[in-house]
Ligand binder design. Structure first.
Ligand SMILES: *Cc1c(COP(=O)(O)O)cnc(C)c1O
Length: 345
């Protein structure tokens, strides 16, 4: 059965065009920096984000970890959102592997970190304190609803970082979704930051990989640490070939996923028992809660959906997140709305 898979945009399989490009990719040993396809991808990614250089990494988690390890020394402190992927979903890598100390502050309902709270969180010089070294934001902010953070907001965070001699990293796993939603070039969203990571393997539909982007010195150090972590890949051009199509083609079509998310959100609003988040479908994510009157558990709903050929994941004891992507079409959206209506009626 061909499932409508709304669990995440990470489930995207490579497109036929990607598979063809992968089969024909020119390759070399990328640890020797000899893989022409990887080199091309790295130049193109740096160019799109308006930075000097970039590095192809196996995952977004490794990309973020490398940024943390390059910017921070052991014992340094990082200001992060309490609902950020770096804080919640990267297995504590910064602490376990880098001896880096997270300073979580609340993500606001709009996904941002309050500028006042960032300022107030910067440690003063005192032998008792850790040394604040880095600010991280996430764009789009996944857990808050896939919400895009504006160019203006990002500039303000960049200003705080500069004024206080701090580095600034963006977890931009879905930065091209933010760019599409805001109708701005991704490089405008990256400009205030020292480094940015984005995923090829999510809405951009590549099978594997993320890009870490920054200046030459930063990337040179990140390349060294990538090898240390075991992330030096050999004929990675096979993967980079798909990544090139992500950059050239898939970045341009994300608006379609956002339109389908809106359509899904509109449809689900009509279903009794569901309460959509106010920011639902700001990009490719639809978040909603079950009303108290709904007797079914989220697990029962997941099972009922699966029986109807639809894969969904719950995001909390009474909460769902549905994600649109390249492999979800209009028929899939309609089928999903119908299934929820049936199950909850
Ligand atoms: C998916 C994701 C990552 C990590 O990417 P992986 O490739 O799964 O390691 C980082 N940040 C955010 C916001 C993500 O959604």
């Amino acid at each position: 059965m061909d499932y409508v898979d709304l669990r995440s945009d990470t489930v995207t399989k490579p497109t036929p065009e990607m598979r063809e490009a992968m089969a024909e990719a020119e390759v070399g040993d990328d640890v020797y920096m000899d893989d022409p396809t990887v080199n091309k991808l790295q130049i193109r990614a740096a160019d799109l984000l308006g930075k000097e250089d970039s590095l192809f990494v196996p995952s977004g988690t490794m990309g973020n970890l490398l940024a943390l390890l390059v910017h921070c020394q052991r014992g340094d402190e990082v200001i992060v959102g309490d609902k950020s992927h770096i804080y919640m979903n990267e297995a504590g890598g910064m602490s376990a592997l880098g001896g880096i100390y997270p300073h979580p502050i609340r993500n606001q309902p709009d996904g941002s970190l309050s500028l006042e709270e960032i300022r107030a969180s910067i440690q003063t010089e005192d032998v008792h304190h850790t040394i604040t070294r880095l600010i991280c934001i996430e764009n789009t902010q996944n857990v808050c609803g896939g919400l895009p953070l504006s160019v203006e907001y990002t500039r303000q965070v960049g200003r705080i970082a500069k004024d206080n001699g701090l580095y600034f990293h963006i977890d931009g796993a879905r930065i091209f979704n933010a760019a599409a939603a805001l109708s701005v070039p991704a490089k405008d969203l990256a400009a205030p930051a020292d480094s940015i990571m984005f995923c090829l393997s999510k809405g951009l539909a590549a099978p594997v990989g993320s890009m870490l982007v920054g200046n030459q010195k930063f990337i040179a150090r990140a390349r060294h640490l990538r090898k240390m972590l075991g992330g030096g890949m050999r004929q990675a051009g096979v993967l980079a070939a798909a990544g090139m199509i992500s950059l050239e083609r898939m970045t341009r079509r994300l608006g379609e996923d956002h339109a389908r998310a809106r359509k899904l959100s509109e449809g689900l609003k009509q279903v009794t028992g569901l309460v959509l988040d106010p920011g639902s479908a700001s990009t490719n994510m639809v978040y909603f809660n079950l009303k108290d009157e709904v007797r079914l558990s989220v697990d029962q709903i997941v099972d009922e959906m699966r029986k109807r050929g639809i894969l969904v994941d719950w995001a909390g004891p009474r909460r769902f997140r549905l994600v649109t992507h390249f492999w979800v079409d209009d028929a899939g959206v309609e089928k999903t709305v119908r299934a929820f209506s049936e199950i909850l009626k």
